[in-house]
Write a new protein. Sequence first.
Lengths: 300, 285
Amino acid sequence: MTTISETESAAAVTTPARDRRGLGLRRVRWWRVVVLGVLAVYFLVPLASTFWFTVYTPGTHTFSLAPYGQMFSAQGFGTSVRMTVEIALVTIVILYLLLVPAMIAVQLRLPKLKPVLESLAMVPLVLSPVALVVGVQTVLGWGLDQDPGTPLFQLAADLQNQSFPLILPIVYVVIALPFAYRSLESGLRSVDLKTLVEASRGLGASWPVTIWRAVLPNLRSGLLSGAILTLALVFGEYTISSILQFLPFSVWIVQDGQGATSGQLAPAVSLLSLLLSWAVLFLVSFLGGRRAVGRPDRSS
Amino acid sequence: MTRLLKKLGAWGAVLPLLGYCAIALGFPVWAILWEGLHQTNPTTQQTTVTFANLTASWHGIYLTGLLTSLRLSLLSSVISAVVGLFAAYAISQSRGRYFKQAVLTASGVLANFGGIPLAFCFIATIGTGGVFLSWIQDVWPSFSLETFSGVALVYPYFLVPLMVLTTLPALDGLREQWKEASANLGGTSRQYWRHVGGPLLLPAALGGFVLCFGSAFAAYATAKALTSGTVPLVTTQIANILSGNVIAGEDNLGMALAFNTIIICGLMMAVYLPLRKRSAKWLES
């Protein structure tokens, strides 16, 4: 730090223009520390106090990490987690089956459609989940208004099967679209897709083989981070599943999980899942190899 | 001929996605519109077209809810947009690769972090009996997490990361050479931001702001868990109507309220998309 300012002040003697830039740079550094410091406090203090709340019992002045162990034995934990994981997997599979071919095709052949896709991927960010779920509930209600036995009634009933409500992944695909799109987009940018596909096709590989063996391995970092974001979203989603009256993990933790341990269990679980998904995402972001990391991330 | 086939094949890959969105997004929206404009008479079971629901949704407590929602979203998104922009600039200037990746991935997770868990975090911090409540009340005696200002303090927790995510690409797209060119021509730092950097960033920054606004407006679970309904918001009102806490015959009012939020979502997109287009022109190459 001292050496930098020394050279800058030395340069300032010779060229006034450099001096102004140097001052600008130093001012930037100063407020950078302030901005990042304030944000660090704002973002870390709530997490730290949540952790404190989960391990410290004020009445007895005791510390214990018990809530982090208890979550696994709580009543209904296994069922709700299994259901949520299944929902998340189905969501990710549908999402990628739709999104990957579409994005590759747009990148290679239909660049004019890119703005359409991009804006479509933005809509769920501003569309209220409550409004969406009102509509979904209405549509399901119409199905149940049909006579029992008709295909439409059966479809509406099957979609709301309590043990595996297929309607949830169908809606979650829409909600997760912005995040998956963003991850895949940044993956696609770090690969020269056109050359890759031309090389593979030129060597005689069919389209499915090209996608599976040449394109997807190059996109694995983007695919993985999109999948993790989707998983985190499904695990945290509360609005839609609670209004449709299903009991996945996020709803269970609020309704049933609280009684057991004076409310320490639920924050412990959400804290753990937040840190876990961030850690995995962070590690995955280095999977893409040097090229993906060396370039600045320009996902938009 | 082969070109045509190639184009057809590409369309074949895109159409499933478009079709899925048309069904999964379009069907519910259409259902809201249809139900919002109809009313079933409970005695005769006759369904008639009516604007009564829509009119009711623009009056009384529902108007208050809508206005409070708009005020809350505006306040929290203005704060988040300004803070997020500075944060994104500070991050884009940093050389540390690990730091940058850590912040980027954290933004991705936190932009998604909302609802009950987020409410838990803040209740444990500055809620009743929270660890730091006395600190806050030293400087702001009337502060309570269950009020309008309390919610406005919590929302930036997921809005600032969203702003960072949307503006960081544009900030990374600002080339160092442009700054050098401006400096070589004798431009000061202020002149650079006034005439080069600012105009280039403005569309992306405004776009990020619009997204923050829309996302704050759409939020439901966070506000509900924090205030349990004491701050009237349009999303909590919809959920209340859905769960049956209404006067009989007002079932379709929820649809009308949902319809209002969709209109506002549409307005947001109408503002955002042209901005997106303008910023893409310069910064993507």
